[in-house]
Ligand binder design. Structure first.
Ligand code: UDP
Ligand code: MG
Length: 319
């Protein structure tokens, strides 16, 4: 028999005890249809407070394809993805949510495409944002427009993390050991040829989303800081603009005083100028502060995740 290709599926889970059994059942159906490949299901328990770990261990006891990594606390989905890719042993690696918002049957098509060896990665993007609050959709669209304008890395609007990639691409993703991980940008940054499959948004099978509007907003700022330094130039441009404005004002005041000799008037306008300049300065300091904060975190070189329990073998150290 020809040697079977191995597909590892990395599944970050945070408080997902209800979704795990449903997900497992669905993915088993797909594994049966993809007989020519061998599966590894790598659940990453991201410090869940419910029975997620017990559920995963139960599956691991009855199915040797099930592997798990369990963190010492909640480190976030990005850390889960990183850890999963690091410990996965497959020739092809998939990243999937456990809530079935990423349709498992798409794996069949993804695998076929990668087999033809033209692409290194097959990723998915939502064509509609149905089922999402309208305000969130508007902000999301604005975010993608903005970040693509100010960053050289291409970040696809509506892209999900759901994708299947080659070992080579996963290794490239792992070689980016940054602490502030913005996966959508990292996948774009490493390059490789990616085929995009469109699909219609699916609602969660069980449980609730971990994101609220505020968290998404902060996450988008993280993304911008991680993949663009354009905001830093805002300070310089604004500074120049205010210098020019001050010069024009100076000429205006001198000329007006010489002609009309009216030295005291105009102080409401002075207060306005004060506030404008003060506001602009604080805004610029805020931007610099964001970059400084991220630099601070990177410089500390803290681990991206801390493992408490696993049934995986130690990954090969490549670096
Ligand atoms: N997740 C995680 N750690 C977190 C938050 C979420 O591992 O801190 C997992 C979650 O269990 C799910 C996936 O990331 O499998 C996507 O989360 P969610 O469905 O809440 O996000 P959405 O689909 O709404 O973007
Ligand atoms: Mg989801």
């Amino acid at each position: 028999m020809v040697d079977k290709k191995r597909i590892s599926i990395v599944i970050p889970c945070y408080n997902e005890e209800e979704s795990i059994p449903i997900f497992y059942e669905e993915i088993c159906k797909i594994a049966r249809r993809l007989e020519q490949a061998e599966f590894e299901l790598l659940f990453v328990n991201d410090g869940s407070r419910d029975g997620t770990l017990e559920q995963v261990k139960k599956l691991a006891a009855q199915d040797e394809r099930v592997k798990y990594l369990s963190f010492s606390r909640n480190f976030g989905k990005e850390a889960g993805l990183y850890a999963g890719l690091k410990y996965a042993t497959g020739d092809y690696l998939a990243v999937m949510d456990v809530d079935l918002q990423d349709p498992p049957e798409m794996l069949l098509e993804m695998y076929d495409i990668l087999q033809q060896r033209e692409y290194d990665c097959v990723a998915t993007r939502r064509v509609t944002r149905k089922g999402e609050p309208p305000l969130r959709s508007i902000f999301a669209r604005m975010f993608y427009k903005l970040i693509n304008r100010i960053s050289k890395t291409e970040i696809m609007d509506g892209a999900r993390d759901f994708r299947l990639m080659t070992r080579q691409m996963a290794d490239a993703v792992l070689s980016m050991g940054e602490y502030n991980r913005f996966s959508k940008g990292i996948f774009g940054w490493v390059g490789f040829k990616t085929k995009w499959l469109d699909y219609v948004n699916v609602e969660r099978a069980a449980g609730t989303t971990k994101w609220n509007f505020w968290q998404l907003l902060l996450y988008s700022i993280d993304g911008i800081v991680a993949f663009s330094t354009v905001p830093l130039s805002i300070a310089a441009v604004m500074g120049l603009f205010f210098c020019a404005l001050a010069l024009v004002m100076l000429v205006f005041v001198v000329v007006r005083t010489l002609i009309w000799g009216d030295p005291v008037s105009g102080w409401p306008s002075m207060i306005c100028a004060f506030l404008a300049v003060g506001g602009a300065q604080l805004f610029c300091m805020g931007i610099i502060g964001q970059y400084l904060a991220k630099t601070f975190m990177e410089v500390k070189k803290r681990p991206i995740f801390i493992l408490k329990e696993t049934n995986c073998d130690k990954p090969d150290e490549k670096d």
